[in-house]
Design a protein around this ligand. Structure first.
Ligand SMILES: [Zn+2]
Length: 318
């Protein structure tokens, strides 16, 4: 464990939410949220290598429908700027984004630390994917037209260094595109909608100001930042969690009365019920997507939890 200060401004911070035995600090200057003290780099790498990061690799591979929807949404943004060329995704997960990019004619490459997912990308999707950390030497010092990552920024141990490396790996007219949550400017009222900050998987949460600091110090300038409120999506989830816990309690009361009949029903799910479950999951996933990017783009964002899609380019030299 090591104590750190705001990576941009130094030490003037206040306490933010604690979770999982880790405490968050919030910089008074740029609103960056960071965990301090935090685990060592070796421990962080260990988490990903051993597949016990918050969501397991197999789950990532299976939750296909909304991953494809999210991927297509973000690809639509990218194709409004550039519609061909080489594309590197950092933290490619189960490869949905690269797969969709490949389909519409980009030349995709991935980095994914998780062996199960990385192998899936290479062998089932036939897309190059390596399991080594970001470095200019990977893929034979190749320069990319697009570098992309989604929900990865919060995981970087040294975000400034990683972004500087991305800058070096990008062609002069290339684009850096990434999606990340903005939880740093949330008003206290909305905190109850976020059930987990996922410390220590997440080491940083950025604000508008700290994202700009980060881009600037790594040699980038903003082209555009797309903002989406997560409140519609979080409210749906919040309501469903309440509903499900209500149903569970209801079942428990029933099972106290006749435990035999319930256990018979539960252990032999019919074909119909699993089909219904499958469709319900599709509907839920579509609704989640619709609330996140369609509704989320139009409703109030200030002070709410947000997800941002940042499009940036290299600053001109001199
Ligand atoms: Zn700061």
């Amino acid at each position: 464990m090591e104590e750190i200060e705001c990576i941009f401004c130094g030490n003037d911070s206040s306490e933010f939410i604690s979770e999982n035995g880790y405490s968050g600090k919030k910089c008074k200057e740029c609103q960056l949220i960071y965990i301090s003290p935090r685990p060592s780099l070796a421990d962080v790498i260990d988490i990903y290598g051993h597949d016990d990061a918050h969501i397991s690799a197999q789950t990532h591979i299976e939750s296909d429908f909304f991953k494809s929807l999210y991927a297509k949404h973000n690809l639509n943004i990218i194709t409004s700027y550039i519609n061909k060329g080489s594309m590197l995704e950092i933290g490619a997960g189960a490869g949905y984004f690269l797969y969709e990019a490949d389909k519409i004619g980009f030349d995709p490459y991935g980095i994914e630390f998780n062996h199960t997912q990385s192998k899936h990308i290479r062998e089932n999707l036939n897309i190059p994917c390596i399991e080594t950390p970001l470095d200019i030497s990977i893929y034979d010092y190749k320069k990319f037209d697009i570098i992309y990552h989604c929900d990865v920024l919060s995981h970087f141990y040294d975000p400034i260094a990683e972004m500087k490396t991305m800058n070096e790996m990008l062609r002069d007219d290339g684009l850096l595109v990434f999606e990340t949550g903005n939880f740093a400017e949330i008003e206290p009222y909305y905190l109850k909608y976020i059930d987990k900050f996922q410390y220590p998987d997440h080491l940083f949460f950025f604000s508008d100001k700290s994202i700009n600091e980060l881009l600037d110090s790594a040699g980038f300038e903003v082209v555009y930042i797309y903002k989406y409120s997560l409140m519609p999506q979080l409210k749906l989830k919040f309501a469903l969690v309440k509903l499900l816990s209500f149903i569970k309690n209801d079942k428990k009361m029933d099972s106290n009365i006749s435990s035999d009949s319930i256990s018979t029903v539960d252990t032999k799910p019919s074909r119909d019920s699993s089909l219904i479950k499958k469709y319900l999951r599709y509907i839920y996933q579509y609704l989640t997507y619709f609330l996140r990017y369609r509704v989320g783009a139009t409703v109030m964002k200030r002070g709410r939890p947000q997800t941002l899609i940042v499009v940036a380019k290299k600053k001109r030299q001199g």
